[in-house]
Design a binder for this molecule. Structure first.
Ligand code: MLT
Length: 265
């Protein structure tokens, strides 16, 4: 069911499916809640799935020039409260994982498990922040062109032709989203804090989904981060980039389901 809440005088849109223990789905940069459609279909018999459009994406409002990860985390909390959901497993794709880090910093008692779906916990390096500034300029001056080039780079090179229809669909959907939301997310990601200490100290089970051909996340760095939590599991896949829910759902979804089942048993 599609729903909307008034939050900070504007609108946050989300979709709720199924019933049972909660799983909260948080999309990445340039995406909206629909990236989770297949996972929702697979899991809705057993779980209540709450898939959110983060501020500035999908049908949710743009709030300002910078959407920090903490601000986005507060929007996620507001949706959970509206659903009377005290606790859930948070699955965050890429930027959605950064939001999950911010959420866990603030609302640890509301987190039963964390899935970093092609995501990680380090802050941007100084070079990364400079790149964000350049990305902001390009996103403002050449919005459609920026998105057209960005989307295919998220896939393993060998998958670009195979998923050309999905790439076109994602491009179209991202180009339709307001460029102010894109810029606010880029600025927010540049400001995010490092989550390595958090990861070391939490007792919450953590799962990493990793693509060996992910151009956005270094495999060496993610391997270091995986050893930080007390309770980590991971799936590391060859021929997968940054978009495992499209590139290899048949391999990823069953292991995620089993991770969730063990948390809620
Ligand atoms: C994402 O897919 O959400 C972004 O690539 C994350 C980032 O730019 O750090």
């Amino acid at each position: 069911m599609e729903k909307q809440i008034k939050w900070n005088n504007k609108n946050i849109f989300y979709e709720v499916s199924g019933s049972g223990p909660a799983i909260v789905l948080i999309h990445g940069f340039l995406e909206n809640h629909h990236i989770w459609d297949e996972l929702i279909l697979q899991c809705k018999e057993k779980y209540k799935l709450i898939a959110i459009d983060l501020p500035g994406f999908g049908k949710s409002s743009v709030y300002g020039k910078v959407h920090t990860m903490e601000f986005m985390a507060d929007a996620v909390k507001a949706v959970m409260e509206n659903e009377n959901t005290e606790k859930g497993i948070l699955i965050g794709h890429s930027m959605g994982g950064y939001v999950t880090v911010a959420f866990t910093e603030k609302y640890q008692d509301a987190v039963s498990g964390i899935v970093f779906f092609h995501s990680q916990v380090a802050a941007d390096t100084p070079e990364g922040r400079e790149n964000r500034k350049r990305a902001i300029e390009i996103a403002i001056s050449q919005h459609a062109d920026y998105i057209t080039k960005f989307i295919p780079s998220l896939f393993a090179p060998e998958n670009i032709n195979k998923f050309s229809d999905r790439i076109s669909q994602l491009r179209k959907q991202s180009i339709e989203a307001p460029k102010e939301g894109v810029v606010a997310a880029l600025a927010g990601m540049a400001e995010r804090i490092d989550g390595k200490e958090l990861l070391k100290n939490i007792h919450i089970p953590v799962f990493f989904v990793v693509g060996k051909q992910d151009s956005r996340i270094s495999l060496d760095e993610i391997m270091r981060q995986m050893s930080l939590p007390k309770n980590t599991e991971a799936i590391i896949l060859d021929h997968v980039g940054h978009m495992g829910f499209i590139e290899a759902p048949e391999k990823i979804f069953p292991v995620l389901e089993s991770f969730c089942e063990r948390i809620y048993q």
